[in-house]
Design a protein around this ligand. Structure first.
Ligand code: SAM
Length: 326
């Protein structure tokens, strides 16, 4: 299957139970949440010993690439204990053996991964990267295709969707204003199912409106009661959300992409994992396609099939046009 098949998946906007917000937007357990969670998880426990901590760190790293540094031991332990209490597991060993092992364990892993990874995000989080998309990536695309083919973008590690919707707003506005309008699709992926569900809902608290530049706000944000807004239907038709583990990109149907946008994801991976994922991402680009990382995502990195483009504020690469490797 080609990437285009994923991007035509309509966002499931029809089911939006009023007031549903399982966790805070930008579900990264920030300092205040962590303190509250620690209170909740208080119990007559000895603290996790270093060997146990290392075992969970390794497990998480193997499954997701994410490394929990020693200074976040409390965060890991608190969230593990909270989950163990929810499922009635008395100790780490039992929880691992009875809940995470085997086929049934996949569902529990999905919950745990969501609890142990950082989901903090904003609309238009890195404006210089989005300016580069508009001014360079889309302009080049249009000059090359004259609107004869569709533009395919991938927001990899999209968390609760703000990054994917921001991209969709920028691309849609460019496509509408172009002399030759073109079609596009954005695939938004993450390893966390709860985060994806929130993105799919396309419904956010009005407190987030201030993150969106005025011209996009008026064009794409629709009032949805006193607390919330939703993204316009025309945008929802263009963004599809899919569960995808970046450690398994080679097994995914992503190829011939015009743009891969991956920010604030690989920073949590050890360097060798980052290199492995980046190699796979390069394979997913069409020749001439762009890869945009977060500015601090991968310092001092180059790749023989890519050329570094853009200025200092944006970490962007273009796959060499003459590179015809499949
Ligand atoms: C801090 S958020 C970044 C969100 C967005 N890209 C941004 O810059 O605002 C990191 C996201 O990466 C996701 N993530 C972590 N490991 C992953 C993996 N192996 N595959 C896919 N997504 C992953 C997390 O679930 C989380 O939602």
């Amino acid at each position: 299957m080609h990437a285009a098949a994923l991007t035509t998946v309509p966002a499931m906007s029809a089911s939006r139970p009023p007031g549903r917000r399982a966790r805070l937007i930008g579900v990264a357990p920030l300092a205040r949440d962590e303190a509250a969670a620690a209170d909740d998880a208080e119990g007559p426990w000895d603290s996790m010993d270093d060997g146990e901590f290392l075992r969970w760190v390794q497990l998480l790293e193997e499954r997701t690439g994410v490394v929990v540094p020693p200074e976040r031991k409390q965060f890991l332990e608190t969230n593990l204990r909270l989950r163990m209490r929810e499922v009635g597991a008395g100790d780490f060993e039992t929880y691992h053996r009875e809940r995470l092992a085997g086929r049934r364990g996949a569902v529990e892993w999905a919950v745990l991964v969501d609890r142990l990874t950082v989901h903090q995000t904003h609309f238009f989080r890195h404006q210089p990267s989005l300016d580069f998309v508009r001014e360079q990536v889309l302009t080049e695309f249009l000059a090359r295709t004259q609107g004869r083919s569709a533009f395919h973008a991938w927001s990899a590690g999209c968390s609760t969707g703000e990054e994917a919707w921001s991209l969709a707003m920028v691309i849609d506005q460019h496509a509408r204003e172009a002399a030759t309008p073109y079609h596009f699709g954005v695939t938004a992926s993450d390893v966390s199912q709860p985060a994806l569900a929130m993105g799919r809902e396309a419904r956010y608290s009005k407190g987030k409106l201030s993150e969106i530049p005025a011209r996009y706000r008026s064009a794409y944000c629709v009032d949805d009661g006193p607390q919330n807004f939703v993204l316009a239907e025309r945008l929802q038709r263009r963004v599809g959300f899919a569960m995808l583990n970046l450690l398994e990109v080679a097994r995914q149907p992503m190829s011939h992409l015009d743009l891969i946008y991956c920010q604030n994801v690989l920073i949590y991976f050890p360097r060798d994992r980052r290199l492995g994922v980046l190699d796979q991402l390069v394979d997913c680009l069409r020749p001439g396609g762009h890869l945009i990382l977060g500015p601090g995502e991968m310092t001092g990195w180059s790749h023989p099939r890519l050329t570094r483009v853009a200025g200092q504020r944006t970490l962007a690469y273009r796959r060499r046009v003459e590179d015809s490797t499949p």
